[in-house]
Design a protein around this ligand. Sequence first.
Ligand SMILES: CC(C)(COP(=O)(O)OP(=O)(O)OC[C@H]1O[C@@H](n2cnc3c(N)ncnc32)[C@H](O)[C@@H]1OP(=O)(O)O)[C@@H](O)C(=O)NCCC(=O)NCCS
Length: 156
Amino acid sequence: MIIPSSIVLATAADVKTIAAMSRDTIEQGLPWRYTPARVAKLLNEAEVNLIVARDATELIGFGAMRYADEEAHLHLLAVAPARRRSGVGAALLRWLEESALTAGIGIVSLEARVDNQAARAFYVARGYSEVAFLRGYYLGRADGVRLSKDLFGSAS
Ligand SMILES: CC(C)(COP(=O)(O)OP(=O)(O)OC[C@H]1O[C@@H](n2cnc3c(N)ncnc32)[C@H](O)[C@@H]1OP(=O)(O)O)[C@@H](O)C(=O)NCCC(=O)NCCS
């Protein structure tokens, strides 16, 4: 289990690694949207938290959540393949959810590819419900599913 203190806000030094990991682990088969320029923009947006998980030597995961008045949207979440199933993803998501709660936001939503069984299982295990099927959501090349969680009504 990762220790919470190893999760911190991303810095400009993390941008290239986050963009490359996004391309390789989230956006495979699609045009690269979270390029270094886009990630740098995300980093500087006041309503977005972009966080990273680190071990002693490297970045092992990251997440980005946008906070609106009453809802938050998870844009990015990924863990390095060799570090999965050890609680890193859950720790990143918990950090972002706790920030939403601190801001008085109770609803978090996100989209995942229908064929991303690992992510869908991960979010359902974290209390998310699949609320919509999104045909052709990813540029018409892949279907999506929207998931949502009511943080106020959830124990986790
Ligand atoms: C989804 C992802 C972030 C999960 O990160 P992780 O660090 O492996 O997740 P955790 O170790 O915190 O998993 C917590 C729980 O989620 C569920 N879970 C996670 N990965 C799972 C999988 N591949 N299959 C089934 N359940 C899974 C399990 O219940 C797990 O608990 P357990 O290991 O005790 O069984 C990771 O698989 C990933 O980076 N995937 C590629 C990028 C991606 O798809 N991001 C989401 C885009 S919407």
